[in-house]
Design a protein around this ligand. Structure first.
Ligand code: KIV
Ligand code: ZN
Length: 512
């Protein structure tokens, strides 16, 4: 008999909370829309109590997404559960995900609670959450380092009080496939009231076994897999959902399991998320890396030409990678443009389409052929800078190999023009220095700068990604132009605008 596996995506919670992966509201909404098209079963949209920004994004996602359950994380206390419920209550299918640690080391050092207190708290808070919301997931944090007999009691209490899903996280990425499978089997056989409760697994990748552990758990009776796109997440990350999905699809003969995921949406969802966090996919990354379907050696190429399956166990088309890249150009009209963006997975309103179409037309004046990667880059760059206060008006740089760089710049904010000039080691340093002179932002430091071309050719768009640290958080700034000094300026300006947005949100709410 075939098992149906549910996919619980936590890219916007476990993924987004990891350093350098933070996203703004527009970016999170676009990720959620892509996840809906990918047809994950659950989108964990955030941790509503953690900040007003998180509350707002969970709430907006809950209001917009219709075809997936939307979850918010909550610790086992009333304030967290209230915030989680308030943020998701208008969702078509809301879920409160509440958790408490159950391992001796976590209970003693982190919670400073006894096992009996943890058991009591679980029962009381799951019951509290279940009075508000019909769907409750309960997670026993650090389950794989917990005493099995104690864990059985905790899960029994959670189920008795209304949990519809119990989650067995390998929080520190410690377990191994055989051990984890045996653990899941033990829980399934010993939790007396398990009934139809969904058993979920949530694996971290500290020892590189998150995907293998998740797959092993399926064989032992787990029917929900938690993970993130591209394996983002705390420390070494979570199980990469695209890898688990394609393992199930490719080895259906072995796993005998199916899901409702539309695998043809994998590539574009992965690409969107890599672009937003300003990181390219490692070229050898399973499923979505640039080399995942490339055949370099003569023997392999010969084999694939004779019969694709000699060296390819899945097709590029199955993850939505099309070999024939369509190009648009300056003669392409609005209809052709809308067709392209729709087939790339974006659902946009008229205002957005007008904005993106203008950007597309400007690009066509500078670049002969505009392909899918260029269009996706325009859209993600606009998402990233949508709510920016400071915009670039004009810049001039002077540089040579015999003198320091100079940059004169004018920015626009609230209809006012601000102008200044600064020197620097080179033109980019000078440009960043003017921005720092013009904008009164909280103290920050540049932690990373990278540039890459979005597509091929000398007229390619150059995308610059900067990582800026402010108040112990890393923000990602991105800038796009066929002029790489302009991309650098736009990226730095984007990062500084994000720091300001975060400061203003904290000031409004008293959040720290
Ligand atoms: O890794 C973990 O234990 C978690 C829980 C909150 C589910 O992310
Ligand atoms: Zn986790």
């Amino acid at each position: 008999m075939e098992n149906t596996i549910r996919f619980f995506d936590t890219t916007l919670r476990d993924g987004e909370q990891s350093p350098g992966c933070s996203m703004n509201l527009s970016e999170k909404l676009e990720v959620a829309r892509h996840l809906e098209r990918l047809k994950v079963d659950v989108i964990e949209a955030g941790f509503a109590i953690s900040s007003p920004g998180d509350f707002e994004s969970v709430s907006r996602i809950a209001g917009e997404i219709k075809d997936c359950t939307v979850a918010s994380l909550a610790r086992t206390n009333e304030k967290d559960i209230d915030a989680a419920y308030d943020a998701i209550k208008h969702a078509v299918s809301p879920l409160i995900h509440t958790f408490i640690s159950t391992s001796p080391v976590h209970m003693y050092y982190k919670l400073k609670m006894t096992a009996d207190q943890v058991l009591e708290k679980t029962a009381a808070m799951v019951a509290y959450a279940a009075k508000k919301c019909p769907a409750i997931e309960f997670s026993a944090e650090d389950a794989t380092r917990s005493e099995p007999e104690f864990l059985v009691k905790v899960f029994e209490a959670a189920i008795a009080n209304g949990a519809t899903v119990i989650n067995v996280p390998d929080t520190v990425g410690y377990t191994t496939p055989e051990e984890y499978a045996a653990f899941i089997r033990y829980l399934k056989e010993n939790i007396k009231n398990i009934g139809n409760t969904v058993i979920s697994v949530h694996c971290h990748d500290d020892l590189g076994m998150a995907v293998a552990n998740s797959l092993a758990a399926i064989g032992a009776g787990a029917t929900q897999i938690e993970g993130t796109i591209n394996g983002l997440g705390e420390r070494a990350g979570n199980a990469a959902l695209e890898e688990v999905v394609m393992a199930l699809a490719t080895r259906k003969d072995y796993f005998k399991a199916s899901s409702r995921i539309d695998t043809t949406q994998i590539y574009r969802t992965s690409k969107l998320i890599y672009t937003i966090i300003g990181m390219p996919a490692p070229i050898n990354k399973s499923i979505v890396g640039a080399n995942a379907f490339a055949h370099e050696s003569g023997i392999h190429q010969h084999g694939v030409l004779a019969e694709r399956t000699t060296y390819e166990i899945m097709s590029p088309e199955s993850i939505g990678l099309s070999k024939n890249k369509l190009v648009l150009g300056k003669h392409s009209g609005r209809h052709a443009f809308i067709d392209r963006i729709t087939s790339l997975g974006y659902k946009l309103n008229d205002n957005d389409i007008n904005r993106y179409f203008d950007e597309f037309k400007k690009l066509c004046d500078k670049k002969k052929n505009v392909n899918d990667d260029d269009i996706a880059a325009i859209i993600t760059s606009e998402l990233s800078s949508q709510d920016s206060l400071y915009k670039l008006n004009r810049f001039d740089v002077f540089t040579s190999n015999a003198s320091r760089g100079t940059c004169v710049m004018s920015l626009e904010a609230d209809g006012k023009i601000l102008e200044d000039v600064a020197l620097g080691d080179g033109p980019i340093d000078a440009a960043f220095n003017v921005i720092d002179k013009l904008i009164d932002a909280p103290a920050h430091s540049l932690e990373g700068y990278a540039i890459h071309s979005v597509s091929e050719g000398k007229d390619a768009l150059g995308e610059v990604v900067v990582k800026i640290k402010a108040c112990d958080k890393i923000v990602t700034g991105r800038g796009l132009s066929t002029n790489i000094i302009e991309s650098s300026i736009l990226a730095y300006l984007n990062g500084v605008n994000k720091i300001l947005e975060r400061r203003d949100k904290s000031a409004e709410t008293g959040d720290v």
